[in-house]
Write a protein that binds this ligand. Structure first.
Ligand code: GLN
Ligand code: ZN
Length: 812
């Protein structure tokens, strides 16, 4: 083994910490810069990153991570995957052609590059964004193809380390996404060519890591952290054996040179697998971190092979807000210590970016619930306490263990966690409660009732959340605005949104969701069994944060939730107004869900509440209801073997929620991701009448996939990427509509944006929707002409006999 420096790994560490800042200072700095770069130049973002890194380091030291190298050196402006991609100089050709060149991320040029890559520019589409493993964090997909020029840019990694050392005196541990995971998460720049081997650039990339590590060593860095979570997941385009072989060759080469920091290789987000551990054992990596929250204690063979090198035991989960079962953790640690030959350190199972900062700030939270919860700072304390136990014996932490046991017992006995009337109702659910009339009958009945044109246009639900709306909600919440004035203000906004949609010529309208702070929190606040937080923000992507609710008890609906607002919108127009609900899977996925009841039971409790809501909407005259399930894919287990059980309860709960809808009520669902292939059967299983999907960032892939799969229901593949402020051109939108109509069949296609518009501003919303409607009208016209002229099979497929295709004017 090439022991290059004698630094030992500390007894307690974490794999990462929330990055937006306790006061969301990074979010503010980024958004101020994006909004007004003249007043807030890129240097203000760089300054904020430095100050935040200092604040984080001091806080973590105060919480007990005092030892050298215990604290990761993070502070990524936009995304850690993008950060590593920039360290490798991976800038797609369309950006270099437009004048961008590789730059280290924490420089004004680097911030400019990150901004362009993540948000796009007037001329350039941004990088695709997708879920980070089975979490609600989204990373930007690096584009690395066979010809992408790559170059090492370690400057920011070095500068962060030195700057934090200077500010705090603490030697931190730089973090990079490991080479194998980085390449597996990347995609080629263009997809037109023959399929490329995702690991094809491994040699080049590892060469750059070697250079980066050598620069870090030269700056005095003694430990570096390389994250390889891809090892815990299935479903890559490359065989597992090839991935494991790639890990071995990459890390052999990476750890061979003498001039490098010691390498801590981490496998978070699930079980690393014995094959991967054996491969890593054959390299000179100095330490290994495993996820023992979701994964198992490594087997004897792997531990034997690993020898006397340290293992960081990730016994404190980084994914949920519940206190760690400390007694369980001591058992796990004992088992690992009995089998391991080297030292065992205590760590988190994943970085802590998925949980908020500090629960002691939540003074408004019910004290019982608060006592059950651990945010990032509390988890750090758990790590530190367990490490103390490892070092001095469990007797040294007796009091901590006793307190934990007492709190767990109190939680189990709390009446809110077990309500007989709720349990009885879910127990009484029968199979037929999850089944609607046949799709054929529904289609005919809905056609009769709605009389929509071909290629109907709609939106996904929310409209721009202006400063004024936010201020209105805040004032109401704070008691400065009474209920009547609040209702009046929200109604004004609904009226404005309905008017705008009529002016734009959309076919199926929405009320715009101005009353909703967040699509899950809004329902969580209205349902029993949930608690909401004030400061519990977690990063979703870039500067965007969400504040997940805490689902702690049995769920029920004390009163109708959306009926008044939807009804008001419907009273203002003759066009159908779509009722808007968040589905059970998404409510679970975007909340911190209880760990003391099976997900299937909890999901059915939520589903029954939504079922009652749909019944109430129908009674008020609503003909179209959308039940959003953007998170269906995200909860999909990483391991193939765990998937069927998940799909059964998730799809089942959606069907329970929608199963009482009348035959002529059109149920829409909406999904926000582009890798839908893996869950296509599940999407079919939802049995929604219309499914809208995010599609515009991924080229024609989704549409072709849907066509190839012969997806049997109506679909609306998004034609406007709403994650960036860029307004697509008419030709882009029309091209997408045309392609979808021809590939899927015009009688099955809806025209809509990728997702809700709450993060957009009105001017771009109007401009883009105007083009969207114009594109639908134009393509309808083309199809009608083709049909009249009797041209070609395409048109025949696109316009089935009996459908009257026409431009918008002709249909009304
Ligand atoms: N109806 C929601 C909205 O438009 C859906 C958002 C989402 O899919 N994330 O905001
Ligand atoms: Zn969406």
């Amino acid at each position: 083994m090439t022991v290059t420096n004698p630094a030992t790994l500390p007894a307690a560490t974490i794999l990462g910490y929330p990055r937006i800042g306790p006061d969301r200072e990074l979010k503010r700095a980024l958004e101020a810069h994006w909004k007004d770069p003249a007043r807030h130049p890129a240097s203000t973002v760089v300054d904020t990153l430095g100050a935040l890194r200092e604040r984080t380091t001091l806080r973590l030291r105060e919480l007990g991570l005092g030892a050298e190298h215990a604290i990761p050196s993070e502070g990524f402006a936009v995304d850690h995957v993008l950060d590593t991609a920039l360290a490798l100089g991976a800038v797609p050709a369309r950006f270099t052609a437009d004048g961008y060149s590789p730059a280290a991320p924490d420089t004004p040029e680097g911030i400019g590059l990150l901004t362009a890559l993540s948000r796009g520019t007037d001329r350039l589409e941004p990088l695709e964004m997708t879920k980070w493993f089975d979490t609600n964090y989204h990373y930007y997909v690096p584009e690395i193809g066979p010809d992408t020029p790559l170059s090492a840019h370690p400057e920011s990694l070095v500068a962060r380390y030195l700057d934090t050392l200077r500010r705090t005196g603490v030697r931190t541990r730089p973090v990079l996404v490991g080479p194998v995971t980085l390449l597996l998460l990347s995609r080629p720049e263009t997809t037109d060519d023959a399929p490329v081997d995702p690991l094809g650039r491994l040699e080049d990339v590892v060469g750059l890591y070697v250079r980066i590590l050598s620069e870090l060593a030269a700056a005095g860095v003694q430990w570096v952290q390389l994250d390889e979570p891809a090892l815990a997941a299935d479903g890559w385009a490359v065989e597992r054996t090839e991935i494991v072989a790639a890990v071995e060759s990459a890390y052999r080469r990476l750890t061979f040179p003498a001039d490098r920091p010691a390498a801590l290789v981490t496998v978070g987000y699930g079980d690393a697998g014995g094959d991967a551990l054996l491969a890593l054992a054959r390299t000179d990596a100095e330490a290994l971190a495993v996820d023992l929250d979701r994964g198992d204690v490594p087997g004897a063979e792997a531990l034997r092979a690993w020898g006397e090198r340290p293992v960081v035991a990730g016994v404190v989960g980084g994914r949920t807000v519940w206190r760690t079962d400390l007694a369980g953790a001591t058992d796990t640690l004992d088992r690992l210590r009995a089998a391991a030959r080297g030292p065992v350190a205590v760590g988190t199972a994943t970085p802590l970016l998925h949980v908020p900062h500090d629960v002691t700030q939540e003074t408004g939270l019910d004290p019982d619930v608060r006592s059950w919860v651990a945010f990032a700072d509390q988890k750090v304390t758990e790590v530190v306490e367990l490490a103390r136990g490892v070092e001095h014996g469990w007797e040294a932490i007796t009091q901590t263990l006793e307190t934990d046991a007492r709190i767990r017992a109190a939680r189990a006995a709390h009446p809110a966690t077990h309500r007989p009337e709720v349990r009885e109702r879910t127990a009484a659910v029968r199979g037929e409660d999850r089944v609607r009339a046949s799709a054929v009958e529904r289609r005919a009945a809905q056609h009769e009732r709605l009389r929509l044109p071909l290629l109907p246009t709609t939106t996904i639900g929310s409209f721009p959340q202006t400063t004024e709306i936010r201020a209105t909600r805040a004032a109401h919440r704070a008691g400065r605005l009474d209920d009547a004035a609040y209702t009046e203000a929200i109604r004004r906004e609904i009226a404005r949104t309905v008017r705008a949609q009529e002016e734009l010529g959309l076919d199926v309208l929405v009320h715009g969701e101005p009353e909703r702070n967040d699509m899950v929190q809004y329902f969580a606040e209205a349902l029993d069994g949930f608690a909401t937080t004030r400061h519990g923000w977690v990063q979703s992507y870039g500067s965007r944060c969400t504040r997940p609710s805490i689902l702690f008890g049995d769920v029920s609906r004390p009163a109708p939730i959306t009926v008044d607002w939807t009804g008001y919108a419907a009273s203002l127009t003759d066009r159908p107004v779509k009722g808007m609900l968040t589905g059970p899977v998404t409510i679970l996925a975007w909340s911190f869900v209880r760990d003391d009841a099976p997900a299937a039971e909890v999901a059915d409790q939520v589903a029954l509440a939504l079922r009652d809501e749909i019944t109430d909407l129908e009674a008020a005259g609503t003909a179209v209801v959308q039940v959003d399930e953007p998170a269906l894919r995200e909860l999909l287990p990483l391991r193939e073997a765990d998937r069927p059980a998940y799909l059964e309860w998730s799809v089942g709960s959606f069907r329970l929620a929608t199963g009482a809808a009348a035959t002529d009520t059109q149920i829409h669902t909406h999904l926000c991701y582009s890798e839908f292939e893996t869950v296509l059967d599940a999407i079919e299983g939802l049995d929604a009448d219309v499914t809208t999907l995010e599609a515009s960032r991924s080229g024609s892939g989704i549409v072709d996939g849907l066509a190839a799969a012969d997806f049997p229901r109506d679909v609306g593949p998004g034609v406007w990427d709403i994650h960036s402020p860029r307004v697509p051109t008419f030709e882009e939108v029309a091209g997408r509509v045309r392609h979808a109509a021809h590939a899927i069949g015009a009688d099955r296609v809806w025209v809509n944006p990728d997702c809700g518009l709450k993060t957009r501003a009105w001017p771009e919303t109007r401009a883009a929707l105007d083009r969207l409607v114009a594109a639908a009208v134009t393509v309808r016209g083309e199809l009608a002409r083709a049909d009249r002229d009797g041209q070609g099979n395409d048109a025949a497929r696109a316009v089935p006999p009996g459908t009257a295709p026409a431009g918008a004017a002709a249909t009304r």
